[in-house]
Ligand binder design. Structure first.
Ligand SMILES: [Zn+2]
Length: 373
């Protein structure tokens, strides 16, 4: 159906989930309530959380929540077991956002058809292995000395022997079996080779992580949906009003930011609105090899700003003008008449913008400002 293909490559959880369950409920509220009602003080009580999950329609998508002690990763879904790891270290609002991200993966119908990639855990494994054995892995000229299969085997063994209690207790035969099984899951050795080459060239871990995470075909829709969420019309409105920023000033500021946005922009204002969202936009502008994805970032931001203007901003004459669509092309016939009140508000000793300057020029010439209907 047409509405499944939400605008600009985002996944609308509400539509996907209520359609699948044939049930009408507020998905956003359900996700927040599920987590908030499972809090014990500031921390999640996982027994309570799983009990609450069993009573929620979301149980159709998630089998179980498990605690994770990871610092960097807030949530992670396992597609085979339908379990979701949630970091015990993250604040609840961030977990709500991350859970939405993982649920989008769960309902993403295109998931199985997307090209294979290299995931973040694999890059972690490679980085740990490389930093530990750098001297052994590189010759004097900085070239990698082993073939990729040996490196994969050693990398996985090292990870399992350090992190998996069951592995340590296994027999040697079982250990070899486990490592081989995991190694066979790596479908993109070419990307892993590139990761090792980047590490050998001294590229920073964070940069490598970002580059692969941003370009992961699986993350295309979830990244864009996160931006759509973190800079939603409501989020823009909350930010402007909580900080007592005048609507017109805020709108002009956002238009300015969006029109000049590039990889080297100053992201400080966007970071005030959402630091995760701004990091994501910065990452996409810096690393995305997909021009469509970059175009969609601009489209999502512009469209959300336009929705904010028409739904949330207070009404003044100038805002009414803006509500008519600041991006809409102004062809001769469609030119809108300026209100008398607006014309009177124009300060011709300090006109703002091209149209005001033009208006003042005409006024000075004594000619009537031509207003067509
Ligand atoms: Zn993801």
């Amino acid at each position: 159906m047409w509405y499944r293909f939400a605008a600009y490559g985002t996944i609308n959880l509400q539509k996907y989930i209520s359609e699948k369950l044939n049930e009408d409920f507020d998905v956003d509220a359900e996700i927040s309530n599920l987590l908030i009602s499972s809090l014990d003080g500031k921390k999640l009580d996982f027994d309570l959380l799983n009990e609450n999950l069993s009573k929620s329609p979301l149980k159709n998508f998630i089998n179980e929540f498990l605690p994770s002690y990871s610092i960097g990763r807030k949530a992670q879904i396992n597609f085979n077991t339908k379990t979701i790891l949630l970091s015990v270290r993250s604040p609840i609002q961030e977990l709500i956002q991350s859970l939405k991200h993982e649920l989008r993966h769960a309902v993403d119908k295109g998931r199985l058809f997307r090209p294979n990639w290299i995931n973040r855990n694999r890059i972690d494994q490679a980085t740990n292995y490389f930093s530990k054995f750098k001297n052994k892995l590189l010759d004097q000229d900085g070239n990698i000395v082993y073939d990729i299969d040996r490196m994969i085997f050693e990398m996985i063994y090292l990870d399992m022997i350090n992190n998996d209690e069951n592995f340590k207790k296994s027999s040697e035969e079982e250990q070899i079996e486990k490592v081989a099984k995991d190694a066979s899951k790596i479908k993109r050795k070419d990307l892993l080779i590139d990761v090792f080459k980047s590490l050998a060239a001294g590229e920073k871990y964070n940069n490598i992580q970002d580059k692969y995470y941003i370009n992961d075909p699986l993350e295309y829709v979830t990244h864009l949906s996160d931006i759509d969420n973190l800079f939603s019309p409501q989020a823009l409105s909350d930010f402007a009003h909580n900080n007592n920023i005048d609507d017109e000033i805020f709108i002009n500021m956002m238009k300015d930011i969006i029109s000049k946005l590039n990889a080297n922009s100053d992201f400080s204002i966007l970071k005030y609105i959402s630091s995760d969202g701004a990091d994501l936009i910065e990452g996409i502008l810096q690393h995305s090899e997909n021009p469509q994805m970059i175009r969609n970032v601009y489209k999502i931001l512009s469209e959300n700003l336009q929705k904010y203007i028409s739904q949330y901003a207070y009404s003044t004459d100038q805002l009414k003008e803006a509500k008519k669509g600041y991006n809409a092309p102004r062809t001769g016939k469609k030119k809108k008449r300026w209100s008398v009140k607006y014309k009177k508000s124009i300060d011709c000793s300090n006109p703002k913008g091209f149209s005001q300057i033009n208006y003042c020029k005409r006024k000075r010439r004594g000619g009537n400002y031509k207003t067509e209907g």
